[in-house]
Structures are given as C-alpha cells and as structure tokens.
Write a protein that binds this ligand. Structure first.
Ligand SMILES: C[S@@+](CC[C@H](N)C(=O)[O-])C[C@H]1O[C@@H](n2cnc3c(N)ncnc32)[C@H](O)[C@@H]1O
Length: 296
C-alpha cells in the first residue's frame, strides 16, 4: 500500500486521525501512540499541542512529510529507525539499519557488569558484538575509571557505535575494533587482564527467522540475529575463548533467547572452566542473562 500525500488542506487533528488510520490498517497495535510520536517528530507537534491546537491548519509540506513517515511505519519499518533514536540505560542512542535496536532486556547485561566491577578499580571490560555500542557506552558512562574494548564484525555497526560513544563523551575510553569475536583483541597484551566480558550475541536459531515480527526479520541486520543451528553457535565460541582474556574470577555475562539459558549453563559447566553464578530473568520472566566466573 502506498501513502502518497495528496495536497489537500487539513488540521493537526485531521492529520493525526489519518495517521492513526494508516497505522491501524497495517496492524500496528499502538497506532494512536505511534501516530502521536511521528507527528511530534515530523512537525514538532507534541501530544499537548495536538490536544490544545488540534484545529490548527497544517501546510501541504508538513502533511506530506508526516504521511511519508506514516507510510514507512505502515510498511513495518521499526519506529526507532524512523525517529532515529532509542533510550537505553537512561541514555539516548542513535539507531539505524546497521545495528540491532537496543532492547530493554539487554540493560540486565549492564547491571550484571556493574554489580561485578567496582567503580574506581580501573576495570578493563570487553563488549563482544557491540552493535550500536549501547552496552559498552552505558558501561563507560557508569564506570568513569573503566576502559572498554568493543568489537563487531560489521564496520557499519562500529561507525554507529563510535558516534554513540562521542554523543555520550566516552569515546576516549572505548576502543572500537572490527573483527571476529576476540580476534581484534589479540596482540594488545590483554590476555588474562579483563575483569569482565559481556556479550549479547545473535541467538535466533536457523529456521526461527520466519517467526520473527516483520520489524525485526525484514529491517534489523541478519548478522545481529542469526545464531546457527540451535541459536548458541556464538555463545559456544565465547565460552571457549573468553577464559584466555579474563582474570581469574573474571565475569562472563551472556544474553540468551527464550529457553536457551539452561543449555548454555550446562555447556559451560561441562567445559569445566567456569563457576555459574546467576541467571537473571527479564521483565517478561524469560531467563535472559547468564553469568559465570572464570575459575582460578
Ligand atoms: C544481537 S546484536 C547485539 C548488539 C548490541 N550489543 C546490543 O545488545 O544491542 C549482535 C552483534 O554481534 C555482531 N556479530 C555477529 N557475529 C559476530 C562475530 N563473529 N564477531 C563479532 N561480532 C559479531 C553483529 O554484527 C551484531 O552487531
């Protein structure tokens, strides 16, 4: 369905109604809220303005701008890509098609590292598969004495992450490196020195992609989603490779998908290199973050 703007006069209230109807017709559940956010972004018309000045005329130019955005959302582009930002750990992050949109459940990863790393102790921390940089930047922001290493296979994601680090003035404490998992950390003298390794690796199992909402499956990068046959391909490699870089007693905190936490815990215990300390559920009750300490 295309939503081209015919040039006909309307009011703010009329345009809002049009937006709600475009979004509802394409199955957006929060159509009213989302239409208000889009109106605010496109025209600077807040919810209060819409309520108090609903009868104000809208120019043809403003109308076509809003209609274009309603159309993008109706095609199921994530609202965050349209608005350009997402809040994470109380900070605003730039988002875009190069990286996963930060999710609220991933804040648990940050909380686990903050529980483990005492501020003032100059911890060195690696965020593997940093995407938008949300985890690394939030950690650098909360731990002013920490140094962060953030890796990703995607140079475009790292550009976004660098921009987010600059946005929150932590770019001098986060080293962004392109490459496969820990590979770019080699040759930097980091072996055995990291207080924590944190990662939200891709964890959608092969064959599960078809069940994803269109916002995720059609717009977020495949590299951020595809986790191999059982969804745990990268977790397996992280379990194998992290001990080389962690201090004894260092934290490995990994995010997982629905039903994966126990399998990950068993894999780690069979390997023998870790003590499991905790699995933390998210707000929906899904076991979401699994934490281990390196033995020794
Ligand atoms: C699920 S996203 C997480 C992004 C971000 N940390 C977050 O929590 O929003 C996974 C990220 O891992 C990256 N990635 C996938 N395979 C990788 C690999 N082998 N080495 C490094 N990064 C990888 C993807 O490009 C993506 O940015």
């Amino acid at each position: 369905m295309s939503h081209t703007a015919e040039v006909r006069p309307t009011t703010l209230a009329g345009l809002l109604r049009e937006g709600i109807s475009i979004l509802s017709a394409s199955g957006i559940r929060n159509a009213e809220h989302e239409a208000v956010w889009i109106m605010d972004f496109a025209l600077g018309a807040s919810r209060l303005t819409l309520r108090l000045e609903g009868q104000r005329q809208v120019t043809a130019e403003d109308r076509s701008r809003a209609i274009e955005l309603f159309g993008r959302r109706a095609a199921r582009e994530p609202l965050q890509f349209i608005l350009g930002t997402q809040e994470f750990c109380g900070l605003e992050f730039e988002v875009g098609p190069a990286a996963l949109i930060p999710r609220p459940e991933t804040e648990l990863l940050v909380e686990e590292v903050l529980r483990h790393c005492v501020s003032g102790s100059h911890p060195m921390i690696a965020d593997i598969g940093t995407g938008s940089g949300c985890v690394a930047v939030a950690l650098a922001h909360s731990l002013p004495s920490a140094s962060l290493y953030a890796t990703d296979l995607s140079p475009a994601a790292l550009d976004l992450a660098r921009s987010n680090a600059a946005r929150h003035a932590v770019e001098h404490r986060v080293v962004f490196l392109t490459g496969d998992l820990f590979e770019p950390l080699r040759g930097r003298g980091l072996e055995g020195r990291l207080a924590a390794v944190v990662s939200n690796p891709p964890y959608i199992a092969d064959g599960e992609g078809a069940g994803l909402p269109p916002e995720v499956g059609s717009f977020e990068p495949k590299l951020a989603l595809a986790g191999g046959v059982d969804g745990l391909a990268l977790h397996r490699r992280l379990l194998d490779e992290a001990p080389e870089f962690l201090t004894p007693g260092g934290l490995l905190a990994l995010e997982v998908g629905l039903g994966q936490a126990d399998r990950l815990r068993r894999m780690a215990l069979v390997g023998g290199g870790y003590d499991w300390i905790r699995t933390t559920p998210d707000a929906a009750g899904i076991e979401r973050v699994v934490c281990f300490l390196k033995k020794g």
